[in-house]
Ligand binder design. Structure first.
Ligand code: NAD
Length: 421
């Protein structure tokens, strides 16, 4: 693990980018701190009649480029520093993609698997009640993240409508289609990363058939495995919180998806289709061309980075590689497609959802895919060229690219601005 805290590690990237750009030190100072973070205790009635309280946060990190945008995570280890770090990354991610948003994030410290569906609904409604004055279609727009989904977003949108007395679908994205959700949101994060890899395949000298390892087999991990397998690539290893499976000739992706759909771990497929159990700590070092971290932060660190065999890492998770690991990987010529670019497909289609809600006119799935592809390719190409020209890693290139846009907006607001104070 990295010695620094999660937020300190994130700020290392900011300082690095600032060294490559001639930005006003005031810009860097402003971006070092969250604008506002609110902590509340949500008290809900459990099914057995008892009452239980849960800690919850919402952070609006920076709104210089527009309303803050970012998911809500339900996790037993959620803490304020993680929320602020994730909100910092959202600020840069939205700037990388040139979306008219700042960065935000929310979380509840809870293991949602321990709650019944009715308890989960009460908790989600309580979250929206607590933050009804923080969120808003021009202020702060939440979305799903780890262990939250469209059903939860639907409950929250409904609660907001009850509070303000009218439907405001643009207050939250990742909603069910029936409540104004967008087509193409489900697989958007994975699809964005997949378009990026495909677009840079020749530049990266990738083969026609790659061996792929996917760490984390949830929303992002499952869809990316499906998309890559659809192009003939071999998914040789996948893991989830219960364990990992391996098959040198390629795992049966359909069987893995079926196990997850039944609420089982990928481990349920061991012994079938040639799947063998693998030590989950070993997945990072599996012999493959493409490694896709799609679980949580800090999974590739100083201790295991040397074991990486892949030549390319696609960061679908947020913050999966620590700064120390980055240095080790760069020395080994492993290219890292950084989170703020690689997984930005999710927030981009969230943006499409918000646009469609506001105009009341909905696009086809084909239109969504086309628009997503063109933005991923445009920003991916710009960062690729910038990195080549300056001889810097893609991550630094992405931060330089985003910081340039943020600095321009901060300066445009003026020194006396409420937004830049
Ligand atoms: P998810 O809850 O659907 O899936 C998370 C997966 O990770 C699950 O399969 C879980 O079992 C697995 N996991 C948990 N701990 C693990 C461990 N120690 N080792 C291996 N696997 C482990 O979440 P998701 O939406 O797919 O998000 C995954 C990552 O992608 C997160 O970092 C999230 O912030 C990021 N992300 C997601 C989206 C999105 O639209 N879903 C967008 C941007 C970034």
């Amino acid at each position: 693990m990295s010695d620094g805290s999660l937020l300190d590690d994130a700020l290392v990237r900011l300082d690095e980018a600032a060294r490559h750009l001639n930005v006003d030190p005031d810009v860097v100072e402003k971006l070092k701190y969250a604008r506002e973070t609110t902590k509340v205790r949500l008290m809900i009635r459990m099914d057995d009649g008892s009452r239980k309280s849960f800690l919850a946060w919402r952070c609006r990190y920076d709104d210089t480029r527009g309303p803050t945008k970012g998911g809500i995570r339900y996790h037993p280890d959620a803490h304020v520093e993680e929320v602020e770090t994730l909100a910092f990354w959202m600020t840069f991610k939205c700037a990388v993609m040139n979306l008219p948003y700042g960065g935000g994030k929310g979380a509840v410290r809870v293991d949602p698997r321990q709650l019944s569906k009715a308890e989960l609904e009460r908790l989600s409604r309580a979250y929206m009640q607590a933050f009804a004055r923080t969120v808003g279609p021009d202020r702060d727009i939440p979305a799903p993240d780890v262990y939250t989904n469209s059903m939860i977003m639907g409950w929250m949108a409904d609660e907001y409508a009850q509070i303000v007395g009218q439907a405001v679908p643009a207050v939250i994205t990742g909603k069910p289609i029936a409540l104004g959700g967008s087509l193409g949101r489900g697989d958007a994060t994975a699809r964005g990363g997949y378009y990026l890899v495909r677009h840079l395949a020749d530049d990266l000298k990738l083969g026609k058939v790659m061996r792929v390892a996917v760490q984390g087999f949830g929303n992002a991990g499952q869809y990316v495995a499906q998309l890559l397998a659809g192009d003939g690539h071999r998914i040789v290893a996948v893991s989830d919180s219960q364990g990992a499976v391996y098959a040198g000739n390629g795992l049966n992706v359909e069987a893995l998806l079926a196990a997850k759909a039944r609420g089982k771990s990928v481990m349920a497929t061991v012994g079938q289709h040639g799947h063998e159990a693998l030590d989950p700590d070993k997945i990072v070092g599996v012999q493959c061309e493409l490694l896709v971290p799609a679980a949580l932060e800090n999974m590739i660190h100083a201790e295991n980075a040397k074991s990486v065999r892949a030549k390319l890492i696609l960061e679908l998770a947020n913050g999966p590689v620590t700064p120390e690991a980055d240095e080790i990987l760069a020395k080994a010529d492993v290219v890292v497609l950084p989170d703020i670019l690689a997984n930005a497909g999710g927030v981009t289609v969230s943006y499409f959802e918000w646009v469609q809600n506001r105009q009341g006119y909905y696009w086809t799935e084909q239109e969504i895919h086309g628009r997503l592809q063109s933005i991923m390719e445009r920003e991916g190409r710009t960062i690729w060229e910038l990195s080549r020209q300056r001889g810097i890693p893609m991550r630094t290139g992405a931060y330089v690219h985003a910081l340039g846009r943020l600095a321009e907006a901060i300066e445009a607001h003026g020194t006396q601005s409420f937004f830049t104070s």
